[in-house]
Write a protein that binds this ligand. Structure first.
Ligand code: DMJ
Length: 919
């Protein structure tokens, strides 16, 4: 179909436009989007729509079926390891895990999707399972916001459709409001969170113990995000109106009233984070994405559902402010609530993609079209919407946890305009999901949209929202067994019946007004520093008062420590002894890195303490020098053999030596474990690794030594697997393997590093399938599904049997695509990420890798604003869709290395600027 192409917004915002040009390009964009809208796209046939609808059904079955088979009753499916994510049994991911309450989250979140997708029988089964298996009384601390939108909303959506089905007379005849009773039980469990003077809820609650009791392990928080406090009214009001228990709606209204009172009075904007006790804005940046998004959504939808004009008035006031300050069509850029004419940052986050959908609900279609189109350009460039992206559409945060917001807006825009263009957009979303996110056991979030690597997570909202919106997009009225127009979508796409507006209306009159003037203003806390997410490898604590020399003088005298940093080996007992004498202690971190801490007071003498300081200084210098020398982006290990067929992509750390995968084509081969497994001596099984990619365990000797040993045995590449059990790139910052301080030019094969969890995916695959073939590259390669069979029988696959002599030429390192020197390609070093003193010297990598998913959870405080120098950021780039897309067929197409490196450079720059930023 020509629809998608006909939109004609190929480069809406010139990639290299300096900031001053953005307004001009935005104007161009407006004209472009509008003219195409009126032109329209070719209509899509009923058959094509049905085909796409069926595809959505099949995809849902794949996601839901794998969850039910391999994960249930766990909260979520881990699609790479094909098992359930049980909180406490997996390494903590921080705030993201607060959505998991050991209450079969994905099942509850999927309930009403089953009905929308016409899976009534499955819905009936699912409801029975919820009633039979789900316990809401677990001793677990959960996010109030997430529990409300996903679990309370899921139960209410399930209840709404259960009673609809029951009334129809065929299904659910046995149903007697059991889901509603569960919802009520959960509602009461959440109520203690509102026990604050402001009425704003605590961000977290213990399902069993509530808030304050010592056993609760929560209740000391002071801040929450605006969306966290302002996204309760739909579920709470529905609960009140369904049950007659008015307290829920009252509490949610009170929180909303408070937020309204606290809006910045001159700009009418709200900040991202608020102090739940004082009402002071903690973060004063303001946008329509992470941290605020669904607050606005719920004001408008509360008006729709509850028919209370005050909500509409508030929404309209905010909306005017948004359109005045934040909307810079087609962009939506955060501003400061007190200085709304000043942008707070130059990037946008993925959550704001819901906004065009909300604009449709408001009836403001034109800006909705423009912003949606802008977002679609970003998606066309990166296949998915990265968690954050710059005004010139580069990646700012590279993850994509299969968020549904863009599909949501696409659906609403299609409903509003009837323009078949949006069907084509939906088709692209389906294709991309199948092409890049589908794995044998479900759909995996993208860890990095640039490399195409996966994360072992499939969030419940993917089932609650994505499939609903995609299915509805292609469905005709007769494809759905009820009238969707009778319902409103919550922020999690749960369905609440509009007839609730005429139930228990008296509640709306009991509006509790908060006297905000009585709250004294406290000194507002400083914006939390983004850099605090970074794990500092070296911590140096100087206890200068106990020693008698002047540090500066001493260093100036040029004295050398008895042990030079460059010579230090953590396995050398003599070195450890010297360290001890100097008051330097070694702390082995869980993820395998080592922290060096110096307490001068613990040194044997003041001279030793002085030496210790010099040693630490040298270490810091050495490490930052190493950082400067080389900062490489992460690499990908893609499993290409049956049954993975390239669908599982693992995030790997690069090496500062050996074949540079960013300059050469990928290396492909079968894997074999080396013996000894640590690869620290001559291999005793050279015949097993010859022509293959050797698996070696981390530890015992230098990375370079391992590389030499496997290379000598004829391996065409190596994968070092972390020996720290449970380590994972989901939870630990990736690093690059440093050389051994000597010349490593003799190492010709590519070497990559995998954390233990990713490594065990390969090891498990070997156990199960024996022959496992992988591709080592800088970016996962697309795979045409039809090629799967061909691939298996391809003579190319015989390459793994190549002899040792053939290794360097046959490891597919042909087509040197980038001749730039590594100096030109190397990225700026990152000041916080310093090198490890582990035996295998490791250097931290990529700030974006270290960025915990900041937009994931509304309670996060990671989204600091920044004012990057756009002239620097908008570097040379001529990115056509073609050359920036990872749609690289197997080993044929030249990779867009410039684009990848530019993206990485931008990450580093943005990251560094973020630290400087203070709002
Ligand atoms: C969903 O859980 C909800 O839509 C929420 O409002 C924010 N976004 C996530 C999915 O991205």
């Amino acid at each position: 179909m020509s629809g998608a192409g006909s939109r004609g917004c190929g480069s809406p915002v010139p990639q290299r436009a300096p900031w001053s040009l953005v307004a001009a390009t935005a104007a161009f964009y407006l004209v472009s989007a509008t003219s195409v809208w009126t032109a329209g796209a070719e209509p899509m046939s009923r058959e094509e729509k049905q085909k796409l609808g069926n595809q959505v059904l099949e995809m849902f079955d794949h996601a839901y079926g794998n969850y039910m088979e391999h994960a249930y009753p766990a909260d979520e499916l881990m699609p790479l390891t094909c098992r359930g994510r049980v909180r406490g049994q997996e390494p903590s991911r921080g705030d993201v895990d607060d959505a998991l309450g050991k209450f079969s989250l994905t099942l509850i979140d999927s309930l009403d999707t089953l009905v929308v997708l016409n899976k009534t029988k499955e819905f009936e089964d699912a409801v029975r399972k919820v009633l039979r298996d789900v316990n809401l009384d677990n001793d677990v601390v959960v996010s109030v916001f997430e529990t409300n939108i996903r679990v309370l909303g899921g139960l209410l959506g399930g209840h709404s459709l259960a009673i609809m089905l029951k009334e129809k007379g065929e299904y659910m005849q046995w149903y007697n409001d059991e889901l509603l009773q569960m919802a009520k039980q959960l509602g009461y469990k959440l109520l203690p969170a509102f026990n604050t003077t402001s009425g704003l809820p605590y961000p977290r609650i213990n399902l069993k113990f509530g808030i304050r009791k010592p056993e609760a392990r929560t209740g000391t928080e002071t801040d929450t995000c605006t969306a966290c406090a302002g996204t309760l009214i739909l579920e709470f009001a529905a609960l009140s109106r369904f049950t007659g228990a008015t307290i829920f709606e009252e509490y949610a209204r009170k929180a909303l009233d408070f937020l309204w009172e606290k809006r910045q009075r001159s700009s009418n904007l709200v900040g991202v984070t608020i102090n739940i006790h004082t009402g002071d804005w903690v973060r004063k940046d303001s946008g329509v994405g992470a941290g605020i998004d669904s607050y606005y959504e719920y004001l408008l939808k509360a008006y729709v559902l509850l028919g209370d004009d005050s909500f509409l008035e508030r929404f309209n006031t905010h909306y005017d402010a948004i359109m005045r300050y934040i909307s810079q069509p087609p962009l939506l850029l955060d501003v400061h609530i007190h200085k709304p004419m000043l942008n707070a940052r130059t990037w946008m986050d993925a959550l704001l993609a819901f906004f065009p959908g909300l604009q449709v609900l408001k009836g403001d279609i034109r800006p909705a079209i423009e912003t949606h189109e802008m977002l679609y350009q970003v998606i066309k460039k990166h296949n998915f919407l990265p968690e954050a992206f710059t005004t010139d559409f580069r990646v700012h945060w590279a993850q994509h946890p299969l968020r549904p917001e863009f599909a949501e807006s696409t659906y609403f825009l299609y409903k509003a305009t009837g323009d078949p263009y949006y069907l084509e957009v939906g088709k692209t979303l389906i294709e991309n999901l199948n092409k890049y996110a589908r794995v044998p056991c479900g759909f995996a979030a993208m860890k990095d949209v640039r490399t195409g690597s996966h994360e072992d997570r499939m969030d419940s909202f993917f089932l609650a929202e994505m499939f609903k919106y995609l299915y509805l997009l292609f469905a005709d009225k007769e494809d759905i067994i009820f009238d969707i127009e009778d319902y409103i979508f919550t922020t999690e796409a749960h369905l609440l019946p509009l007839w609730l507006s005429t139930t228990n209306q008296s509640i709306s009159k009991k509006n509790t007004k908060i006297l905000v003037s009585s709250y004294s203003s406290f000194t507002s806390s400083k914006t939390s520093n983004f850099a605090s997410n970074i794990i500092f490898i070296w911590h140096v604590f100087f206890s200068l008062p106990v020693i008698t020399f002047s540090r500066e003088e001493s260093f100036r005298s040029g004295a050398k420590p008895p042990l030079r940093a460059r010579d230090f080996m953590a396995t050398n007992p003599e070195h450890l002894e010297i360290l001890k004498k100097m008051g330097v202690s070694l702390i082995h971190l869980k993820d395998g890195r080592v922290q060096l801490v110096q307490h001068a007071i613990q040194a044997a003498s003041s001279i030793d303490a002085e030496d210790g300081l010099r040693f630490m200084q040298e270490m810091i210098e050495l490490s930052s020098q190493q950082q400067k020398e080389q900062q490489l982006p992460p690499r990908a290990v893609q499993i290409v053999s049956h049954p993975f067929f390239g669908r599982v992509v693992l995030t790997a750390g690069p090496a500062q030596f050996g074949l540079d995968l960013s300059k050469h084509k990928e290396t492909r081969g079968f894997v074999a474990s080396s013996k000894p497994y640590n690869g620290c001596s001559e291999l005793t099984n050279p015949e097993a690794v010859m022509g293959k990619i050797a698996l070696i365990q981390r530890g015992q000797c230098m990375f370079a030594e391992k590389a030499r040993n496997i290379q000598n045995a004829g391996a065409i590449g190596g994968i070092v697997i972390d020996d720290n059990e449970g380590s994972s790139s989901d939870t630990a910052p990736l690093f690059q393997m440093a050389g051994d301080g000597k010349d490593t030019d003799d190492i010709k094969i590519p070497m990559l590093f995998l954390f233990s969890k990713e490594g065990s995916i390969i090891l498990d695959a070997i156990r199960e399938y024996e022959e496992v073939e992988v591709l080592l590259s800088d970016k996962a390669k697309d795979r045409d599904p039809e090629m799967e069979n061909e691939e298996q029988s391809s003579p190319e696959n015989d390459s793994q049997n190549q002899s040792a002599e053939q290794v360097s030429s046959s490891s597919q390192e042909v087509d040197l695509v980038d001749q730039e020197s590594s100096e030109e390609n190397s990225l700026n070093s990152h000041p916080e990420s310093l090198s490890s003193a582990d035996m295998d010297k490791a250097v931290s990598i990529s700030p974006s890798e270290q960025t915990s998913n900041p937009t994931e959870n509304h309670e996060t405080t990671n989204l600091n604003g920044e004012c990057t120098d756009l002239d620097n950021q908008l570097q040379e780039q001529s990115e056509t869709e073609e050359d920036s897309s990872p749609n690289v067929s197997w080993g044929k197409k030249v990779r867009p290395i410039d684009s990848i490196l530019a993206d990485w450079n931008e990450d580093i720059e943005a990251f560094e600027m973020m630290e400087k930023d203070e709002l």
